[in-house]
Design a protein around this ligand. Structure first.
Ligand SMILES: Cc1ncc(COP(=O)(O)O)c(C=O)c1O
Length: 381
């Protein structure tokens, strides 16, 4: 039976627990496991290599993304770092220039030291990707909708190009979650998540996840996960599992709220521009609709300058003003000094991350309350 995401998140096949019938997977805190026979491998031997609670969340993620293997990591960046271990010195990567600042830092300032060079391109333009190709190009790193300008990359077209060229494709699916977008079904090889965000959903956890479909790739990532050791702890695996159970309803409600806030902000005289893939005026909206089931719960808007942003932040009451997104509470952030602080000002400017840009992750508050709060705060500008 093919189940819908809202059913899968609740019945992901990991419950009831096989020994006691408990409704929740236990938190297996053991670092190691007694081996009954040293010649017969058991399912678990050491918790870095595998842990039953972590395995439960890894299987859940694989099921949700339509993959065969899932992997849970200590953070989204740990997940991405581990995937980049698939490449070797001398390899060249192409990455979208509209990428999370920490991923940019990882590629530009860390992996570059190990001989993996990255060219950043405007991935909304497939020709720009094609032109960046070199004989040693091995991978394509994408994020759509991107952070924070919600730029849309055509995943099917990128997967086709990458297959022609023999490149490995990696997509950060944090903003959409498997409830709204399934990159593996569009031909992408590796899906990466900051599970800190919508998957965890409660701003109480730092976690990452990777899902792949191909068996051999699964074995390589499994090897790298154990080799790097940046695994998710049993306790945090349980928290993530708990968060995922309500993912579908949270995404639906937050997305509904985001659409209403976008509607409101789009008509506000002090708002210069709204970035949201649900707007018909948003570049790439048609492509987004073909590859995703919804526009999500993250939007950005431009107030013109930093002074205006500071006034808004000083008067807003409901959203947290913080780094991060995807929580039950709305979160307002200032990409220039938060998510994209790791990027040089000139690089930020190229990506449209100007001094007036604000990102809003819409939570589960009543959208009327969010709009009223914005209305009052915008009066201060
Ligand atoms: C789109 C995206 N990818 C990856 C990351 C990194 O994840 P983490 O903070 O869990 O390491 C973030 C964090 O903000 C993000 O927004």
């Amino acid at each position: 039976m093919k189940l819908h995401p809202s059913t899968l998140v609740v019945h992901s096949g990991v419950e009831p627990e096989e020994h006691t019938g408990a409704s929740s997977v236990p938190i297996f805190m053991g670092s190691t496991f007694h081996q009954k026979d040293i010649d017969t491998p058991q399912p678990f031997d050491y918790s870095r290599s595998g842990n039953p609670t972590r395995q439960a969340v890894e299987e859940t993620m694989a099921l949700l993304e339509g993959g065969t293997r899932g992997f849970a990591f200590a953070s989204g960046i740990a997940a991405m770092s581990t995937c980049l271990g698939l490449f070797s010195a001398g390899d060249h990567l192409i990455a979208t220039r509209d990428i999370y600042g920490g991923t940019y830092r990882l590629l530009d300032k860390v992996w570059s030291n190990f001989g993996v060079e990255t060219t950043f391109v405007d991935a909304t333009d497939i020709e720009a990707i094609r032109s960046a190709a070199r004989p040693n190009t091995r991978g394509l790193v994408l994020e759509t909708p991107s952070n924070p300008t919600l730029a849309i990359t055509d995943l099917r077209a990128c997967a086709t190009l990458a297959k022609e060229q023999g490149w490995l494709t990696i997509v950060d699916n944090t903003f959409m979650t498997p409830c709204l977008q399934k990159p593996l079904e569009l031909g992408i090889d590796v899906v990466v998540h900051s599970a800190t965000k919508f998957l965890g959903g409660h701003s109480d956890l730092i976690a990452g996840a990777v899902v792949v479909k191909d068996d051999k790739l699964g074995k390589r990532i499994g090897f790298l996960q154990n080799a790097f050791g940046a695994i998710l702890s049993p306790h945090d695996s349980w928290l993530l599992l708990r968060g995922i159970k309500t993912l579908a309803v949270r995404m639906e409600a937050s997305q509904r709220g985001a659409a209403q806030v976008v509607d409101y902000l789009s008509g506000h005289p002090k708002v210069k521009r709204v970035y949201y893939p649900g707007l018909s005026s948003h570049p790439g909206q048609e492509i987004h609709c073909q590859q995703a089931k919804g526009a999500g719960a993250v939007l950005s808007f431009d107030l013109g300058g930093k002074d205006e942003v500071k006034k808004l932040f000083a008067h807003i009451k409901l959203p947290l003003v913080a780094v991060s997104l995807g929580g039950v509470e709305s979160i307002l952030s200032y990409p220039a000094t938060m998510s994209h602080a790791a990027m040089e000002p000139a690089e930020r400017e190229k990506r449209g991350i100007g001094p007036g840009l604000v990102r809003l992750s819409v939570g589960l508050e009543d959208p009327d309350d969010l709009k009223a709060d914005l209305e009052e705060a915008l009066k201060a500008l």
